[in-house]
Structure formats: C-alpha cells, structure tokens
Design a protein around this ligand. Structure first.
Ligand code: GLN
Length: 536
C-alpha cells in the first residue's frame, strides 16, 4: 500500500500546517500503519543551514546530519521516530539534481523544462522516500501558501500524482486561516474560499479543509466553507486554539478525521492507540510546580529560533510535574547595559545558555554566566552556550585574560575554543559543519552520566568550533571536568565538579527529545531547577 496525503496552506504562512501534518501522521501511525512525512520548502536554498534563524526559525538537525526545516522537528516529536535529511525537499535540491543530470547527458536530445523534468524529479523523490520507509502513508506538506509562484511546480507534481495514482491513493488537505472580526466576533470564511479557488484553478480540489481559527468553528462558517470549498460538511474540521500543540491530534481525532481519511482512501479504519499520548498531554496540562528558567540568547525575539529547546523543556517538565515559566533574556541587552545581570537573574531557578553564531551578544552571555556560576544556579549550556561557559571560566577562574573562541576573536592570546581540526581548509559554507549524530563516551561519576545512566550515547551536532584540548589540564585542575567525549576527539560535555548543576554540551540533545521519550539531559537539569525552586 502506498498512499500519499498532500497538505497545503492558505491565506497566511505560519498557520500551523506543520503541526496539523504531524498530527495527522501521528494519528495514522497510531492506527498501526507505517507512516513517513515529507516537508517541501519551495525556496532555492539547498537546505535550511545557511538561513538566519530570524527568517525561518530554528534549523532542525536530523540523525543523518541534515540541516532541515523546523517542521521536521514536529514530525519527529509527534511520530516518535527519526527521519532522514531526504524528508526535507527544497527547490534548490530539485534543480541541482536536474541540472547535474542534464550535464551528464541523461536527457540527451531533450529541451529540459519545468514540466515534465522538474515535476518528474519531484514525484520520483516523494515516491522513493515512501519506498525507503516502506510507508503505507506518506504525508507531504507543501510549504508556503497556495498562490506563491515558487510553490507551483510542487503543486503541479501533486496534481499529476492524483491523476497517476488515483483518487483513493492520494488525498488533498487544505489548512487555512479563518479570522474572527474583533468588533462583531464573526468568523470570516472568505479568505478560505479564495484560497480554495486558487487551488482549484491549478487543478486541485481539496478533499478535506481544516479551518485554523481562534474559537471552535461555528456551524454557519462550516456550512459556507463546505459549500464554497466544494466538500461535504463532514470533511471540514476545526483547528482552534488549544493550550498546547500536543492536543491538536486529539482535537482532530474527536471530530472524526481518521474515519474521513479512511473512507476517502478506501482503507480499513482501526481504533488508534492514543493512551500514552493522552497520558502525556494530561501530565503536561496538569503540571503545577512553578519554576522560572532564564533563556539567554540573541534570537529571543523569534521564539521559533529555539523551538526544539522549548519543547525539550516542556517534555521533561511534564514528567516532573513542573510548569516552567520562561524568562527571556536578550544577551545584547546585557551587553548594552540595558539590563543588569543580577536584577534579571536573582530569582530564576535555572538558566539555559542558548546556541548561536558570531560575536554579537557573546559578552552578555559571558557576564550572565559569571553570575550563574558564582551563585550556583543550575545552568545548562548548549553548543555555543557551552563554549561561552568555557570562555567565562577561562577568564574569571583560570585568569586567562582575553581568552576567547577564535570564531569571535581570531587573535585571542588564549584560544580556549578553536576551529575543529576536521574543519580546517573548508571553504564552502553549506552543509559542511560537524553535523548529525555521533557516539559519545560518558564518564562515570559525573552529572551527565547520572542523567543518561549509560556509557555510550548518541546526540546530534551542528558546529565548527570546539574546546581546545591544550587547555584541558588547567580546566580539570580548577574543577571544570570533562564528562563526555566523542571518538573523533571532540570534547562533548564538561561540568563544574562542585556545582549543583553546571553542565555544558557541544551537542544538541533537544533534537532528540520527544513527548514519549524526553531528553535525559534536559530532564536531569530540570530536577535541579525544581530542587532550587523548592529550597531557594
Ligand atoms: N558557532 C559555534 C560553532 O560553530 C556554535 C554553533 C551552535 O551553537 N550550534 O561551533
């Protein structure tokens, strides 16, 4: 069985298509079918790795080292499975491979065109991924909004797949915003009507329409969407605001989305097993132990820049009964003297030093770290945040004046963080960092070992710089000890021996944290945060 479900978006981007796609994938999987999910990003970048997090949010890293769109993170968290970098298709990748084929002479004699060459390449990739996963169902989310010029070849490929694979093997779901007028409280369906018209104009009739709205979709709005969208009222679903995104699958299931999908695709309906998921959502919503966690970074204005970290904290918190309050601290504000470290940090119960690139904001992070370390506040440094911990310690404890990372100061007298040897000589910037999952050996008797309880773990990476091993003896002597390293020589974890919890990691454990499998490291950090909140 190979069925394909295409998810398109209307009216606005960021309407929650990713969560809807992940939810549908998860529900179908819960019926016992094999599922995979693909995100299509119609931009020309080959991958998300070269984009600023301000533009598109976090770059999600897959096990096999893909730098992908953050929706892959939703898919992995909802499906509780690893996906490959292949599951994120971009215009850049499609054109790249068509152009390479043309140069090799694979289309000899032909004029290479969008239809059929680009659309064939798109269809072949989707089918190949479905085959590799042995997927009964492949959910294909088409990024952007219907009507965007750059999305057209992908929609055209989807239209052709409907024709070639037939109506029971393909399904179109359209997710669109239904705004509410504040003055009258009325739900307005005209934008949805227009975006469905736009779809139909290019030959796609949606089978299901999901209305993204603030409050439950009203019967009158449903009737209009069904009529003008040319679907039955049972095929219109309400995706209204809920407390957490993890409720969205339950919301859609309550309304019977699986039965509609199964009927239209002519497959057997099976009662999905959602017991563990419901248990998690219940824990998440009923958690009541309040803690305050400082989130210190420089992309704090767009929270999507740190989405996997936020979710990892939520996962661990649910199991510990914690209701975290995030205290966002823009490190450039500390640098500029707009906020004082002691004022903002004096009543937090824990702090996260967030990942990043480049100099801006780093001195602010370092100033915050000095306060956190001296006041024994539970602190977790992620990747760049870890590197800042090393610099702060080198300057203020080891007395290495102007110690720095060569990323930030190439002429520092004490390069305690330096370009990895494996990165020397690399000139191309796309896809060349140290990426993906690597085995890490943990050292017994450390906080990190306590967290994982295992000798060897796998965590994902995305960096070029790392702790300079030349300084390790000095750090060890002063109580900053290595708690894990990888076989290629990278220092993966360090921690302050006498602290409650002062741990840095070169890895990104947040990428593997899931509702049904929370990250052990985040969870352990949260135990100490809770302890501090209970005995300040
Ligand atoms: N800029 C740092 C490096 O390349 C850290 C990257 C990160 O935080 N992901 O090593």
């Amino acid at each position: 069985m190979a069925k394909f479900i295409f998810v398109t978006g209307g009216v606005l981007s960021s309407v929650g298509k990713g969560v809807v796609s992940a939810s549908i994938a998860m529900l179908i999987k819960a019926m016992g079918y094999n599922v995979t999910a693909i995100k299509i990003d119609p931009y020309i970048n080959v991958d998300a790795g070269t984009m600023n997090p301000y533009a598109h949010g976090e770059v999600f890293v897959t096990e096999d080292g893909g730098e992908t769109d953050l929706d892959l993170g939703h898919y992995e968290r909802f499906l509780n499975m690893n996906l490959s970098k292949k599951n994120n298709i971009t215009t850049g990748q499609i054109y790249y491979s068509v152009i390479m084929k043309e140069r090799k002479g694979e289309y000899l004699g032909a004029t290479v065109q969008i239809i059929p060459h680009i659309t064939d390449e798109i269809k072949n990739r989707i089918i190949e991924i479905a085959r590799e996963y042995g997927a009964d169902f492949t959910i294909v989310e088409i990024g952007g909004t219907v009507g965007d010029i750059e999305g057209l070849p992908f929609l055209e490929a989807a239209r052709q797949m409907r024709l070639e694979h037939g109506p029971t093997n393909t399904l179109f779901i359209h997710v669109a915003l239904v705004p509410t007028l504040r003055t009258t409280g009325e739900q307005k369906t005209k934008p949805v009507q227009h975006s469905v018209q736009e779809l139909r104009r290019i030959g796609i009739q949606p089978d299901i329409i999901i209305a993204r709205c603030e409050r439950p979709l009203e019967p009158e709005a449903r009737r209009k969407i069904a009529l003008f969208g040319n679907v039955s009222p049972e095929a219109v679903f309400s995706d209204h605001d809920v407390e957490t995104i993890y409720e969205v699958p339950l919301l859609l299931h309550e309304q019977g989305i699986l039965r509609v999908i199964c009927n239209k695709m002519n497959v057997e309906y099976r009662e999905p097993d959602l017991s563990k998921w419901i248990e998690f959502v219940t824990k998440l919503k009923s958690a009541s132990k309040r803690v305050r966690i400082a989130m210190i970074g420089k992309y704090t204005k767009l929270k999507d820049s740190y989405i996997s970290i936020i979710e990892a904290i939520k996962h661990g918190s649910a199991y510990l009964g914690i209701k975290p309050e995030f205290v966002w601290i823009e490190s450039t504000d500390i640098e500029a003297g707009k906020i004082r470290v002691e004022d903002t940090l004096k009543d937090v119960h824990g702090a996260l030093i967030l990942p990043g690139f480049g100099k801006r904001g780093t001195e602010g992070k370092i100033a915050a770290l000095k306060y956190l370390r001296e006041n024994n506040i539970p602190t977790l440094g992620i990747c760049f945040g870890f590197q800042m911990m090393i610099i702060e310690f080198a300057r203020n404890v080891l007395g290495l004046e102007n110690a720095n990372s060569t990323e930030l100061d190439p002429n520092t007298p004490h390069p305690v963080v330096d370009l990895l040897p494996s990165q020397r000589g690399i000139e191309m910037l796309g896809g060349t960092m140290r990426l993906g999952a690597k085995p890490i050996k943990l050292i017994r008797g450390t906080r990190v070992y306590e967290a994982y309880g295992r000798d060897v773990i796998f965590e994902r990476h995305r960096h070029r710089y790392g702790v300079n091993a030349r300084y390790l003896d000095k750090f060890e002597d002063a109580g900053m000890t290595v708690s894990g390293f990888s076989y290629d020589g990278v220092i993966e974890f360090m921690e302050l021996r006498d602290a409650e919890f002062y741990v840095g990691t070169q890895a990104h454990p947040e990428f593997k944290s899931r509702p049904l499998a929370p990250s052990p490291l985040y969870m352990h950090f949260l135990r100490f945060v809770l302890r501090r909140a209970l005995n300040p």
